[in-house]
Design a protein. Sequence first.
Length: 593
Amino acid sequence: MRISDVITEKLLARTGAATPEQVAALKEESAHSRRPLQYLVIEKELISEKTLIQAWADYAQIPYIELDPRNIPSDVLNKIPERIARQYNVVLFKIGEDGIHHLAMEDPDDVQAVNFIQKEIGTNTQIYIAPKENILAALENYRGDVNQELNEVIDIQREDNGDNQTVTEEDVAEDSPIAQTVNLLLEYAIRSHASDIHIEPREEYVQIRYRIDGVLKEVNRLPKNVLSALISRIKILSNLKIDERRVPQDGRFKIKVAGKQYALRVSSLPVADGEKVAMRILDESDQAITLESLGYWGESLGVMKIALTEPNGMVLVTGPTGSGKSTSLFSVLSILNTPDVNISTIEDPVEYKIPGVNQTQTNVKAGMTFANGLRALLRQDPNIIMIGEIRDGETANLGVQAALTGHLVFSTLHTNNAATCLPRLLDMGIEPFLIASTVKVVVGQRLVRRLHKASRQSYVPSEEEKQAVIRMFNLRDGQDFSYIHKLEKQAAAEGIGGDAPLSTDEHGINTLWHANADDNEDAAHNGYKGRIGIYEVLANSLNIQKLIMSNSTSNQIQSQAIAEGMVTMQTDGLIKALRGETSIEEVLRVSKE
């Protein structure tokens, strides 16, 4: 909602969110930029949008509410037609026993909207103010079960289950069943918090699979006769050639669901039974999250924070595809993104758009490789450079030279752990003394599914399970458990696992956690909801540098790093499993070698 500058100033004074000097400076900026004061104070993070709305509600004496979409009866919701509810951003969420209609609005000051809605439902109303995002989430209840809608649309197409693969203009028109199918597949994927959609032709049918929290799951099967029209519709959206089916193609497009904008990165590939399409879903409204929220804590967090204050050098993030490397770098660059530094990136592709950062996409056909792009970047007076991936010796060498000449360089490498990264650079032809002097920190990471806190279950493991955990994590009785117990206490003190009780003492494991496999409520999947990173952060100390100079193996480097206090990826995963953030099975699934 729009709050006037005069009232915004009063609210800042009432909440104490800004000093008179800050308000004066903001008013001056508002006059120059012709932007409302309300937007400037939120942009400068002096106050959050939610707190500002709560302060306005208190000032205007209108009750503030945050709706839970699951608790809104559909018969109550539907008393206001969807078209009107979306036009005015209003939700009727309750009708009291006394007949009072409880109405949540984004802007209760909109007199025209209030009058129009009261004509629909009567004047016996109690008006509340709710945040815009909350209203939009509640409005999604009008859609009902997207999967059921999808099945109804598909059933219409199953009636014609011939082998006709000819695609007409009517098949891919905006209002065709195929267009509806694509829209519903995308919407259902976003609601399921999927990261990827796979449309895969099989001999008898088209398989639809979503990757949710890193695990592929089949969600539907479509009749084979819709394949060509389905792929053509996606190609039209992605601006690809619909008549080219013999070579792979890449494209992207954007959609809006529940008020949020999503970018979809599309890749088509000819396979034996037709043409396969994979779509990566990127939430463009996502804000960069802190290192703590990503799952860093303790020694790892301390080493990372020191690395980010370095004036030059290289910070490398390693791990397989889909291990969250891009997200980590996105968060790090957002932390460093201030008006007094020039950040430039060369990526393939540009996944996350960061305001204020100069992001360049590689284009091999046009000669814009990582190496050529990096050469050009170095002439653009950057302070911080991010190379999407070091794939060859030329790019690695240019990155090292950039770090030597006073730039802070971030990049990724595909290696199994942090220690393997340093010998990998040697294999690429980088001189040992250059690696030793430029690389500041190497991060190894994986993503594990997070236990849904509302349904996670604690249990007392049997003696056999305890011994199995000791074997799997290469622990020893006695000394090691005092070390693990100490780490768990530190993690608990830093908020890992919330208020969960300690699972260990100095002698061993007392309790473990597992998922409730039947929990599929509140966006959970088999008891898991979302993901968290497990990390190992290797600081390039003097002793590590000596090992690099003597061409030591990755095992020797790893052993030295552990002796200096590095927590390995598996140990980090074990601590997070003990704290109830994830399960032992999850940690082993992603980190077992």
